[in-house]
Design a protein around this ligand. Structure first.
Ligand code: SF4
Ligand code: F3S
Ligand code: FES
Length: 232
């Protein structure tokens, strides 16, 4: 099928503002948006810039706004979109070039919630065991691939870029609810601060955007209840 791609372009060396360029591509309905972008880059305009790596929904490199919604280009089929497709960079981050945005601030927010195991006990001789129920408590939030589709679809983040955002909250949840971790109180103190969990207004855009189907808003609500009532 013939598809018209309208791609937002910006080259900081040449452009004062972004503009849209339109490309025609012949492609199968079962191909992905990433295949269409590759066709443009490989056969029409080699200057088109975007991140991609695994091409299988694992690395989190190619989140972008496709027909107005944040999605991974490598997981979005052409047949889901029709013959006119608009592609823009993620909102809320500085554009480096075309569809490539600057993730530095996103990773600073991620690091601010201590997304690693904290345990002050001496290292045990064997692994720290968990029951299936204990593992289940944070199973969903282990699935994050740090693509930023959630944080860049969140209106409170658009208006306050210092809000830690849903991706950092998901990764805080992953350790707060891990029975082996002892850093929950430290993280909850950070998340109870000015730029923490209370900036979330339960908009649900994050949950809709997540390519891993993580129940992000539910995880955030569990953090809120833990802060308020010390239970989930
Ligand atoms: Fe991406 Fe989902 Fe992780 Fe957000 S929670 S960064 S949308 S994988
Ligand atoms: Fe934003 Fe998701 Fe909350 S979109 S407001 S973090 S529910
Ligand atoms: Fe790795 Fe799409 S290229 S998630």
């Amino acid at each position: 099928m013939k598809v018209e791609l309208s791609i937002k372009r910006f080259d900081p060396d040449q452009d004062e503002a972004s503009h849209t360029e339109v490309y025609g591509v012949e492609i199968e309905p079962t191909d992905r948006v990433l295949d269409a972008l590759n066709q443009v880059k490989w056969y029409q305009d080699g200057t088109l810039t975007y991140r991609r790596s695994c091409a299988h929904g694992i690395c989190g490199s190619d989140a972008m706004r496709i027909n107005g919604l944040n999605r991974l280009a490598c997981k979005t089929l052409i047949k889901e979109l029709g013959s006119k497709i608009s592609i823009e960079p993620l909102l809320g981050f500085t554009v480096i070039k075309d569809l490539m945005v600057d993730f530095d601030h996103f990773f600073d927010l991620y690091k601010s919630v201590k997304p690693y195991l904290i345990n002050y006990d001496p290292t045990p001789a064997k692994e720290r065991l968990q029951s299936p129920e204990q593992r289940e408590a944070f199973d969903d939030t282990t699935k994050c691939i740090l693509c930023a589709a959630c944080t860049t679809s969140c209106p409170p983040f658009w208006s306050d870029p210092n809000f830690v955002g849903p991706a950092a909250l998901v990764n805080a949840h992953r350790f707060i609810f891990d029975s082996r971790d002892q850093g929950g109180a430290e993280r909850l103190e950070i998340l109870n601060g000015r730029e923490g969990v209370w900036r979330c207004r339960t908009v649900f855009n994050c949950t809709q955007a997540c390519p891993r189907d993580i129940k992000i808003t539910k995880a955030i609500e569990q953090i809120k209840r833990l802060v308020l009532f010390n239970r989930v």
